[in-house]
Design a binder for this molecule. Structure first.
Ligand code: HEM
Length: 139
């Protein structure tokens, strides 16, 4: 079967977000439900007033950083090392910080179902390994 133009022009990580966007207009509730199920301690870290905005913005900026890191590395990916440092002040351990990326991956995988291809899975494995290495490098 010929690949659609969408599939040809994007790297597998970008493609996973595009395919998810066709199924779900806003990943925010799905991602945070999964985060708080797996790490209930994270829920109380967010302020109760204005917390929705902060959570939405944190996810949007994280996705921007992921897309840059998996693509052209123009600069948005630097947010990852920067926020790793500042999150220590919010009481977010390095392990929990890193877990957020796997939670995003798992959310996309569930949304994509059969369209979660081997190429997408491998690209995400590499991305998570690279982020782990980045977060282990002293700033
Ligand atoms: C599970 C892991 C994480 C937890 C528990 C967490 C927790 C938090 C909390 C509590 C805040 C709000 C601070 C406030 O009230 O001002 C925040 C903000 C933020 N986080 Fe995270 N964070 C996590 C992972 C990440 C990751 C991986 C990134 C990006 C690489 C990130 C980027 C940001 C940014 C940019 C903000 C500021 C959002 C805004 O106000 O515009 N966070 N985070």
């Amino acid at each position: 079967m010929a690949l659609s133009p969408l599939k040809m022009s994007l790297n597998p990580v970008e493609l996973s977000f595009e395919l998810a966007a066709l199924r779900c207009a806003d990943l925010t509730p799905l991602v945070y439900r999964r985060l708080f199920d797996q790490h209930p301690e994270a829920q109380v870290m967010f302020r109760s007033e204005g917390g929705d905005l902060v959570r939405g913005s944190m996810l949007a900026l994280t996705i921007e950083a992921i897309l840059d890191f998996a693509g052209e590395r123009r600069g948005h990916f630097r947010l990852i090392a920067c926020e790793l440092a500042s999150h220590e002040a919010y009481g977010t351990s390095r392990q929990l910080f890193i877990a957020f990326f796997a939670i995003i991956r798992d959310t996309l995988r569930d949304l994509l179902g059969d369209e979660w291809s081997i190429a997408i899975a491998q690209a995400w494995d590499t991305l998570l390994d690279d982020i782990d290495a980045l977060a282990s490098t002293p700033a």
